[in-house]
Design a protein around this ligand. Structure first.
Ligand code: EZ4
Ligand code: CO
Length: 402
C-alpha cells in the first residue's frame, strides 16, 4: 500500500479546520486532523513543505517507522506545530490501515474495553442562574457529566462563556480579543457557582470545572480545598504546567481530582506529573500529542500510576480527531472520560461521521477506519478565515495566562 499523494485541506464551516488526506496506490485514502487553533497555517506549511515530500512512495502500513522518521528524523523535536503535523499523518495512516483490514480502528488497537465512552458536555452561563439552567439542559440531553463555567461578575471576557453568540468559540477575531483576569473575584465566585449547581441538581451528576491556567500553585490549592464539598470529577489546568513540579504543592493540599494536558504534545510534558502521581487525569489528545501512536505511550505510562485519560475535545478539534479519539477511548484500558463539545451542523456536514451519542455515552461506530470523512466540495465552499485566541491581562495591564 504505497503512498501516492497527500494534500492539506483547509476549511472554515464556522471555524477553521486543517485536514491531511493521504492517498495510496490501492485507490484508498485516510484522513487526519491537523488543526492548531489560531496557528492553522503554521501546521499546514510544515506539512506541505517538510512532511508531505517525505511521505510519497513510502509503505502506508509502516506507521511506526514513519512516526519515528518524522519525530527523530527531523532533529528539531517536539512542539505543538511539529507534533500536530505528525499526529495528522499518524491518524491518516491508522485510518488507512483499518480500512485495509476492513475493521473499525478500535479493533486494531485491541478491541473494545467498554460498551460506550462516557463524555462530558459544556454548560456555560452569563451568570449563576443561567449556568444552573444550562446544566439542566445537559441533564435532559442525557449527559452524566457536565463542565460548568460562568461569567465572573465585573470581569471582562471570563473564560468559557460566549459573548452573545450561539455556542462558545473563543477564537473570535483576526487579532486577539483582550480579556481581563481577576484572581480574587474568581476565587470568591467559583464556590458560589458550585453551591448553586449542587443545590439545584443534586449529588449524582458528575461536575467538572476548567481553571484554564489562571492561578498560582497556592491559589490553586486554596480553590481545590474550597471545592472539596462539591465533589468535582476534576479541576482542570489549575496552574500552568510548564513546571510540572508546581503540582506538588497543589497536591499536598487538596483531594479535589486534578486534570491537565490539553496543550501537551509529548510524553515528556507529563512524565513528572504522572510518575509522581500529581494528577488524576491526563488530557493529551490525538491531534496535539503526536497521534494514536504517541498517545498510547502516554496512556500506558499513566496506567502504571493509576492516572486515567480525559482527552480534550473542544470544537477546535475537528470531527476527524473526535472520531479517532473515540476509537482510542473505547479501547484504552485506563479510560476516564472524553470531552465532547458539540460541533455545529455546518461542521458536521463537512465531516460526515459514524460516531453517535446516546444517554451520555458515545460510540465510534463500526465503519472500517476511524469512521470520519471529509466532503471536499462542501469544504471548498468555506474558505479560511484567520482567527486567533484571546489574551488575558490583569487589571493593571500585566499580561497573564489566557
Ligand atoms: O480553550 O480548545 O477544555 N477545554 C478548553 C478549550 C480551549 C480551546 C483552545 O483552543 O480549555 O476550550
Ligand atoms: Co481546558
Amino acid at each position: 500500500m504505497k503512498i501516492t499523494g497527500a494534500r492539506v485541506i483547509i476549511t472554515c464551516p464556522g471555524r477553521n479546520f486543517v485536514t491531511l488526506k493521504i492517498e495510496t496506490d490501492q485507490g484508498t485514502y485516510g484522513i487526519g486532523d491537523a488543526t492548531l487553533n489560531g496557528r492553522e497555517l503554521a501546521v499546514a506549511a510544515y506539512l506541505e513543505h517538510h512532511v508531505i515530500p517525505n511521505l510519497i512512495g513510502r509503505d502506508a502500513h509502516r506507521i511506526e517507522d514513519i512516526w519515528q522518521f518524522l519525530y527523530r528524523g527531523a532533529y528539531w523535536r517536539r512542539g505543538p506545530v511539529t507534533m500536530t503535523a505528525i499526529a495528522a499523518v499518524d491518524t491518516a495512516l491508522w485510518d488507512l490501515k483499518a480500512k485495509a483490514a476492513g475493521l473499525p480502528l478500535y479493533q486494531l488497537l485491541g478491541g473494545a474495553s467498554r460498551e460506550g465512552v462516557m463524555v462530558y458536555g459544556h454548560a456555560n452561563g452569563a451568570d449563576i442562574d443561567s449556568a444552573v439552567a444550562e446544566v439542566g439542559r445537559y441533564v435532559e440531553m442525557g449527559y452524566k457529566a457536565i463542565r460548568v463555567q460562568a461569567a465572573i461578575p465585573g470581569v471582562k471576557g471570563s473564560y468559557g462563556v460566549g459573548r452573545g453568540k450561539d455556542g462558545y468559540e473563543p477564537a473570535e477575531s483576526a487579532l486577539p480579543y483582550e480579556t481581563v483576569w481577576s484572581t480574587p473575584a474568581y476565587l470568591d465566585f467559583a464556590p458560589k457557582l458550585f453551591d448553586a449547581v449542587r443545590e439545584a441538581h443534586g449529588p449524582d451528576i458528575e461536575l467538572l470545572h476548567d481553571v484554564h491556567h489562571r492561578l498560582t500553585p497556592i491559589e490553586a490549592a486554596r480553590l481545590g480545598r474550597a471545592l472539596e464539598p462539591h465533589r468535582l470529577f476534576w479541576m482542570e489546568d489549575c496552574t500552568p504546567a510548564e513546571n510540572q513540579e508546581a503540582f506538588r504543592l497543589v497536591r499536598q493540599h487538596t483531594t479535589t481530582p486534578l486534570a491537565v494536558g490539553e496543550i501537551f504534545n509529548s510524553i515528556h510534558d507529563c512524565r513528572t506529573l504522572i510518575q509522581e502521581q500529581l494528577i488524576d487525569y491526563i488530557r493529551a489528545t490525538v491531534v496535539h500529542a503526536g497521534g494514536i501512536t504517541h498517545l498510547r505511550q502516554i496512556a500506558a505510562l499513566a496506567a502504571l500510576y493509576q492516572v486515567r485519560t480525559g482527552s480534550h475535545g473542544a470544537t477546535d478539534l475537528s470531527p476527524v480527531c473526535m472520531g479517532a479519539a473515540l476509537h482510542f477511548d473505547l479501547w484504552v484500558p485506563n479510560f476516564g472520560i472524553q470531552e465532547y463539545m458539540r460541533h455545529t451542523e455546518a461542521t458536521d456536514a463537512v465531516f460526515p461521521h459514524a460516531y453517535t451519542f446516546k444517554d451520555g455515552y458515545m460510540h465510534p461506530g463500526e465503519t472500517p477506519g476511524h469512521g470520519v470523512d471529509i466532503d471536499e466540495d462542501l469544504a471548498a465552499r468555506h474558505p479560511y478565515d484567520p482567527k486567533q485566541l484571546p489574551v488575558a491581562r490583569l487589571a493593571d495591564g500585566t499580561m497573564w495566562n489566557w
